[in-house]
Design a protein around this ligand. Sequence first.
Ligand code: AMP
Ligand code: ZN
Length: 478
Amino acid sequence: MLHLYDTYTRSLRAFTSLVPNQVRLYSCGPTVYDYQHIGNMRTYLMCDGLKRVLKLNAYEVQHVMNITDVGHLVGDGDEGEDKMEKGSRRTGQSAWNIAALYTDIFLQDVKALNIGMPTVLCKATDHIKEQIEFVQDIERKGFTYRTSDGIYFDTSKQANYGYLGRLDKDGLQAGSRVDIGEKRNATDYALWKFSKPEEKRQMEWPSPWGIGFPGWHIECSAMAQHFLGDYFDIHTGGEDHITVHHTNEISQTEARLSPETNNTRLANFWVHGYFLLLNNAKLSKSNNDGFLRVQLLIDKAYDPLAYRYLCMTAHYRGQLSFTWEALEAAQTALNRIRKQYFDAKIANPKPTSSSTELESLATPKGAQEFQDEFLRCLNDDLNFPKALAVFHKAWSSDLSPTEKLLFSDYADQALGLNLSNWRPAEVVVPPEIQQLAQSRWEAKTAKDWARADAIREQLNKLGWQMKDAATDFELKPL
Ligand code: AMP
Ligand code: ZN
C-alpha cells in the first residue's frame, strides 16, 4: 500500500483516495516572468513521479496545475513589485507577452523531461472572477480589513493559523513590530492589492474594493477549489511554500468554508519537494554557469532525461546538490541502461509489457518478484533511489532477457526514461574515412601488413576504429 509523507501532520500516512480509485491533485505551477531553473523542474519531476506511482497503484489522477501570471510579488510576500511587471520592464515586452512566452518555454521543458501534462493547466488571469468571489466570501465572514494598499486577511481571527508551517505567531509578531506597516499582524497577507495611482500597471481589474490585482495565495485556493472541490486528495509544491504560500492557501480556504471548525485544510495530503542546491546555496535564476535551465543542459550536450535520472537518485524529501560531475555520472548510467535495453530488444524482438504476458512466461516468478520489490520501494514514500537500485539489480540478475524487458517496461512507467523509444544515433561515416578503410582492407588482403597498420593508425588519429570480420569490415567512432 502507498504511504506518503504528509507535511500537515508531519507523518508518513497510508494513502487512500477520498473518492474510490480517483485522485484529485493540485500543484503550484510556475511564475511565468522568466525561465524556470532546473531546481523548479525538480519539484515538477517530484510531482510527475508521484502521479506515475499513483497510476501504478491503479488510481486515475485528475491533476490541476496553475500558471502564476499575476500577483506574485518580488519579495514573495506583500511587498515589492509584481514579478510579471518587473519581467516586462526587463525584457521590454508586455506582461501578457512574457507570460505567453515563458509558459511556452516551460511546456517545452516539461516535454523534454518527459513530465506528463496536467489534466488542467489554468492561468490565474483567467480566473479573476473566482478569486474576487472568494475574497468576498471571506469578507462576509469577517476575516478581512482594508489598508491604503489593499484588502488583507486578519490572521489573528483564526486560532489554527499557521499550523502547516508550525508558525510561532507571537514570536513573528514581536519580531517585526516596526516593519509591518499598516498590517495588524506580521502574518496577515494580501487578498487584493490596489493599483498604485503613480504606477501604470498592465495587469489590473475592477473589483468591489477598487482597481487592482489578486494576491498570489488566493489564486491557488480559488482555482484549486474551482476545479477540484472544497477538499481534495493531494496538494504539492516546493518546500519554500510550506510556511507562507500553502499556509495562507489553507487559511483562506478554511475561512471561506468553515471558520467555526477550521478543519478543511484544503487537501488531505500536503506533499513538498525539497530544493535543488548549487554549491550548497539556494539556486538563483543566474549564476556563473549562466541560467541553469534545461536548455543549458542541452547546449552542453546532455540529454534532459539524464537530469531526470539524476533527480531520481535522491529522495524528494532531501535537498540535492547539483554538480556537473553528478549530471555526467547520471548521463553515463542512462546511456548504459538504454543500451542494455536496446541490445536485449534486438536479441529478443518479442512483444513485451503486459503483465498477462509476464504471467504466461515459463519462469515469470523472478521478474514478478523484482516488479513487486520495485513497487514496494515506490510505495514507501516514493523511494525512487531504492527503486532504481532494484532496477539495476534486475539487469545484473540471471533473469532471461525477455523477463528483463518485461520488468523494465513495467518499471519505466514510473521512471519515465522512455527506454522503449530509444535508438542509438546512426553513425554516418564520411566518404574520406570510408575510402581510407577500403584501402586498408585492400592492403590487408594483399598482405601488405606495414601499410595496413599505418592506415589503421591514421584512422585512429582521425577518431575511427576499424574492426575486421572474415569478409568485411566495420567502422566505429572511437
Ligand atoms: P516559482 O516559479 O518561483 O513560483 O516556483 C515554481 C516551483 O518551483 C514552486 O513549487 C517552488 O516551490 C519550486 N522551487 C523553487 N526553487 C526551487 C529549487 N531550488 N528546488 C526545487 N524546487 C524549487
Ligand atoms: Zn500555489
